[in-house]
Design a binder for this molecule. Structure first.
Ligand SMILES: [Zn+2]
Length: 148
């Protein structure tokens, strides 16, 4: 069974690799296991490096709406800069105010292999930016430092 990897494990700061076949059985299983783990920890987002997989994959679940992002590309960040407290399953009990733009446009592949574009704002946009950072080895503590 998967486990959440916590800071300062070095896997959290590595660049993740694209997934060649998003509909492969191994990827489907990983998505299923990550979903279970995220829900067990009451998380709203979880990225593959947080469970030890150096892959461009993350999940977000807000208001019972689960979205799977594979090989995501952020196309646009816009809207006003908003400061809000964030947490991270890799930093249990730690909450930090982070400034991020309120809107995001992201291109990604979903779990059925379909390429999609999503425009999001508010909490979803924030979660997308937080999880996307994980795929580039960027942690929210670095964003918090950059704010000051
Ligand atoms: Zn995180």
């Amino acid at each position: 069974m998967l486990q959440i990897i916590t800071y300062p494990n070095p896997i959290l700061t590595k660049q993740c690799q694209p997934i060649n076949k998003p509909t492969d059985l191994q990827i489907k299983q990983l998505i299923t296991d990550m979903t279970t783990l995220m829900r067990a920890h009451d998380g709203i987002g979880l990225a593959a490096p947080q469970v030890g997989h150096n892959l461009q994959l993350f999940l977000i679940e807000i208001d019972h709406q689960l979205t799977v992002f594979i090989n995501p590309e952020i196309q646009k960040l816009s809207g006003k800069e908003v400061r809000l407290e964030e947490g991270c399953l890799s930093f249990p009990g730690k909450y930090l105010p982070i400034i991020r733009p309120n809107k995001v446009k992201i291109k990604f592949t979903d779990q059925t292999g379909e390429r999609k574009i999503l425009k999001a704002d508010g909490l979803l946009a924030r979660a997308i930016q937080h999880e996307f950072d994980h795929l580039n080895g960027i942690l929210f503590i670095e964003r918090a430092e950059a704010n000051n």
